[in-house]
Design a protein around this ligand. Structure first.
Ligand code: PEP
Ligand code: MN
Length: 338
């Protein structure tokens, strides 16, 4: 159940509702939007109904939620949310291009990739410093040094940085250096990590688990929102199917379902979804045409020598061409890029 407060509700009104709920043995989680404050209630709905919460001062209405997610549900928050990442934004108003290397490998490589991202018109940089790799023998990322290099790339380009955090113990460190925290596909149900990023003061880019249903994905977002961080961007990055021609199967319908079910922005990562550079532009264009809020793509100055995911990395010129195509398509669709 969810309590929607009136726009003129005071802090004391909000606290009164929370107190009543807690006295009745339930839990109350407050989410403050720009217009409405809502309070998600966890516990026995029948008990909450008996509390007559809708007659308390400041309460607009109670909503019985049919879905297990509450704070990220569109039913409670019909207006789509725009998430600010540094000076950039991700939301329905514009189509955002996030680009950068899969992994930060060296100063030179990261700067070249991030420069290419900026030149193509990306408004957010990506790049992994802590890499979750399938093999323990693969390059694991530069760790803290990678974060420092990303900060240099931000200083050079003026663009904010999103980077992955794989360990709850590193959340503070990564939040100190990055503009947004990425939770990768392998960690989508690492609940301790979700709680830790939920307590951080930076936006979170939450990738869909490669074997997660949309409901599980939204429940993972709910963990983050419930801890007080509602600045969440969802990212569809492909799911595992029987198909082997592509690295994963891009679930564009899943992107659209997530947008329908949640007020959070939803972007698409065609690089990790397909695993092949030649499939990235068509799937990025499809994402835009399907109404996604942005794309996140890998770019590398020399993909043949990449330490991570070279086959899916666009070369700088490929990214330029893709961005040009996206701008032309956006115009036809009446959307803007940036
Ligand atoms: C990444 O974006 O660097 C990454 C590892 O992606 P995913 O978690 O989707 O595999
Ligand atoms: Mn990768």
């Amino acid at each position: 159940m969810v309590v929607v407060m009136r726009t003129d509700a005071t802090e004391a009104d909000v606290e009164r509702v929370c107190e009543k709920v807690r006295e009745a043995g339930g839990e109350a989680f407050v989410s403050r939007g720009t217009v409405h404050t809502i309070i998600g209630l966890v516990g026995d709905s029948a008990l909450f109904r008996a509390l007559d919460l809708d007659n308390l001062p400041g309460v607009d209405r109670l909503i019985q939620v049919g879905k297990p997610y509450k704070m990220v549900a569109r039913s409670l928050h019909p207006e789509p949310t725009t998430v600010r990442i540094g000076p950039a934004q991700v939301g329905r108003a514009t189509f955002t291009i996030i680009a950068g290397p899969c992994a930060v490998e060296s100063e030179e490589q990261a700067h070249a990739a991030c420069r290419a991202a900026k030149e193509a018109g990306a408004t957010i940089l990506r790049g992994g410093a802590f890499k979750p790799r399938t093999s323990p023998y693969s390059f694991q990322g530069l760790g803290k040094r990678g974060l420092e290099i990303l900060a240099e790339c931000r200083a050079e380009t003026g663009l904010p940085v999103v980077t992955e955090v794989v360990d709850p113990r590193d959340v503070d460190l990564v939040a100190e250096w990055a503009d947004a925290l990425q939770v990768g596909t392998r960690n989508m149900q690492n609940f301790e990590l979700l709680k830790a990023v939920g307590a951080a003061a930076k936006p979170v880019l939450l990738k869909r688990g490669f074997a997660a249903t949309i409901e599980e994905w939204l429940m993972a977002a709910e963990y983050i929102a419930q801890r007080g961080n509602s600045e969440i961007v969802l990212c569809e990055r492909g799911i595992r199917t029987y198909e082997t021609a592509t690295r994963n199967t891009l679930d564009l319908a899943g992107m659209a379902v997530a947008q329908r079910e949640s007020h959070l922005p939803v972007i698409v990562d065609p690089s990790h979804a397909t695993g092949h550079r030649d499939l990235v532009p068509p799937m990025a264009r499809a994402a835009l045409a399907a109404g996604a809020d942005g794309v996140m793509v890998d770019v590398h100055p020399n993909p043949d020598e990449a330490l991570c995911d070279g086959p899916q990395a666009l070369r700088p010129a490929d990214l330029q061409a893709l961005a040009r195509d996206l701008r032309a398509l956006a115009e036809v669709l009446g959307r803007s890029i940036g």
